[in-house]
Design a binder for this molecule. Structure first.
Ligand code: ADP
Ligand code: MG
Length: 336
């Protein structure tokens, strides 16, 4: 009897599943913002209005956080260094967060590194290799403890400049998730220029599968299954320029004033918050694998996947059952 019941209910179950999944509305929005390409895939009745709202919010964020858009909060702070400047509460909170992450990572993340980053031509596009003297002088204006916050005002020392480029997209993703939740959406996946953030699971109830990009080529070197998580990657392959056969990447070491050069090709952070993941992916990339390991050991409130130059993949134990390795590595290391 039991067997018969099972047999006959199967086609019905399949049909019911197909019908329910057909009913789920989907909207995909693709647009350019924050100097990158973004795709937001949202499921549910209010999918398309939600995506419109998200697009508007991200453009608005870009307009007050960009270092290059005149009249943005960040532009005005940098343009008026030495004086207290009125900015949006949201900008204050982001700067405060960036400063606290700078302290937590011992300056690996440094929102005040912009004088150096700008001199190399990143964000403006006028790429060049500054000489050592220029770098030394610029480095003397990158002390993040001199970013002062007073009520709704921010002040930086003269000649200082700040940049939230390392956390902006992660924050934008968190804002998008908030908008989705407010609109009753429970399933969505977005890719904000390499920052992947998922809300819930797929409409069919299974987890999202996210590819970890091959930092040296096309395709993915690993895949991870996630639910309600951010997977944020930093790597030298995303933005760089080449001069006299040497490649200079867009992530900087605040100690040397030079683009990061260590044993890493990419760092992906898997965690609950986009902004935290974004701050950490940049920070751990700057640290290199050894310091990154120490940092993870100390905090353990996130997971990570690191790809090294000597063809090794490292990942944290906690996500071991969620990862599939798709490429041939010389070594696999698991942090426990
Ligand atoms: P991407 O924006 O390419 O995804 P990241 O999140 O790692 O990569 O952010 C890199 C951006 O952050 C750079 O383009 C630059 O504006 C800024 N940046 C570079 N190095 C640092 C650093 N050490 N600390 C803080 N911000 C940095
Ligand atoms: Mg980042």
């Amino acid at each position: 009897m039991k067997k018969l019941y099972k047999k006959s209910s199967l086609p019905f179950l399949c049909l019911a599943l197909i019908l329910t999944s057909c009913k789920v509305q989907k909207d995909v929005a693709s647009f350019e913002a924050m100097n990158t390409f973004m795709t937001v895939q949202t499921y549910g009745k209010k999918a398309s209005v939600t995506n419109e709202e998200i697009k508007e919010k991200i453009k608005d964020l870009e307009n007050h956080l960009s270092t290059t858009i005149k009249d943005s909060d960040i532009y005005r702070i940098n343009d008026n260094s030495g004086s207290y400047i009125d900015v949006k509460q949201e900008t204050i909170e982001l700067i405060d967060f960036a400063k606290s992450m700078a302290e937590k990572t011992d300056g690996a993340l440094n929102p005040a590194l912009y004088p150096v980053i700008k001199a190399w031509g990143f964000t403006t596009g006028n790429y060049r290799v500054p000489d050592d003297e220029e770098i030394k002088e610029l480095l003397s204006h990158t002390d993040y403890s001199k970013i002062l916050i007073q009520d709704e005002k921010i002040k930086i020392d003269e000649k200082m400049m700040i940049d939230l480029g390392a956390i902006g997209k992660g924050y934008a993703g968190d804002c998008a998730i908030e908008i989705m939740k407010k609109n009753g959406i429970s399933s969505a996946l977005m890719d904000l220029g390499g920052n992947v953030q998922a809300l819930g699971v797929k409409p069919d109830g299974s987890e999202w599968t996210i590819g970890i990009k091959d930092p040296l080529g096309k395709g993915a070197v690993a895949a991870i299954k996630i639910k309600d998580k951010a997977v944020i990657t930093s790597g030298g392959y995303e933005r760089y320029f080449t001069e006299n056969g040497k490649t200079y990447i867009h992530i900087f070491d605040g100690n040397s004033g030079y683009p990061v050069e260590n044993d890493l090709l990419s760092v992906s952070i898997v965690c609950n918050s986009g902004i935290y993941g974004d701050a950490l992916s940049t920070s751990l990339f700057v640290m290199g694998s050894e310091k990154a390991h120490e940092f993870w050991n100390k905090h353990k409130d996130f997971d990570a996947i690191l790809i090294t130059k000597d063809n090794k993949i490292i990942y944290t134990n906690n996500i071991g059952d969620k990862i599939s390795i798709l490429s041939t590595f010389d070594q696999i290391e698991i942090w426990k």
